[in-house]
Design a protein around this ligand. Sequence first.
Ligand code: FMN
Length: 332
Amino acid sequence: MTDAIAPLYRVLYEGVLSRLPEARAVALGQALLRALPIDRLPIFRLDDPRLATSLGGVRLPNPLIFAAMYYDLGILRRLMGLGFGAVTTKTITREPRPGHPQPNLARVRTEAGPGLVNCNGFQNPGLERFRRDIATLPHRVPLIVSVAGESEDDYLALAEALAPFADLVEFNISSPNTKLVYAWSTRPKDLSALLRAASAAVPRPLIVKVSPDFADVNEAEIIPAALEAGVRIINYGNTRRIEDRRLSQGVGGLSGPEIFPATLANVRRTRARFGDHLQIIATGGVDAPDKALALLREGATAIGCFTGFITRGPMLARRILDAILAARAGGS
Ligand SMILES: Cc1cc2nc3c(=O)[nH]c(=O)nc-3n(C[C@H](O)[C@H](O)[C@H](O)COP(=O)(O)O)c2cc1C
């Protein structure tokens, strides 16, 4: 059945969404996701206890995580029924942010397949409004709340305020579109102090989402600092910073299959270096079951994905879950 839906989605994506100007395609895609109750269809899910995993002690029904992108409650609710084992919120900041001006999203087409480059700049409603909204969201699967700020105080205030509504809290220190957030990777000592303070103050397992642009610093300083602070989950990682003159900022973050080889290499090295002390969410470029399987084989605890959901459609999670079960049955 999922094989039958895939060509239908291809018609929607190739025939309609990818022909519209990006901003209109985003508006249409999100309107469809809000309007169509596809999360009521069991076809998109695979509930099988053999897929369950644990992240920071929180049980996930499967290891596939919807990566940080949406704050809209209607969309988050929908995503929770589309096969993912957990859903991450858009990164929330203390104050509301309009995001960077249009154009802030462009399509990228390479031999690797369709991807995106964005300079979204954390468009979000800010802490107070988001806290009111998120308090009403039922957790059909675990919810990861993503936060970011420019100071230790920002992260602590956000994490403490939102933790009661989250199963896990993700510290985004890696989005390349917001200078002061991206700069945390150049200040590992400050980050280390932040993580120690957060570990003591936040009553939920913490995740640190790192940048693929700082592999050396991640592995030499940031991950060791996280482990020392008691943070055992790394999301590796965010988009890769590139120049793109089509975007209002002239630079943005690349996502999609072109960054997959780096994700794979980063997971392989990180697992070899830190062993079982660390749980790794591997995010970046997963748009097909074989890529998810390759990351799990390299030692990923869970797999994050966003762009593949857009380019391949809402049946991607189910296809990946079928492949994981089949691979386990086949002993690979
Ligand atoms: C338009 C857009 C907005 C994003 N917003 C966020 C965000 O708010 N916080 C964050 O940590 N990552 C954000 N990301 C990054 C994704 O969560 C993910 O790490 C990245 O796209 C790589 O995975 P993918 O190749 O599966 O998309 C965003 C990505 C895109 C394309």
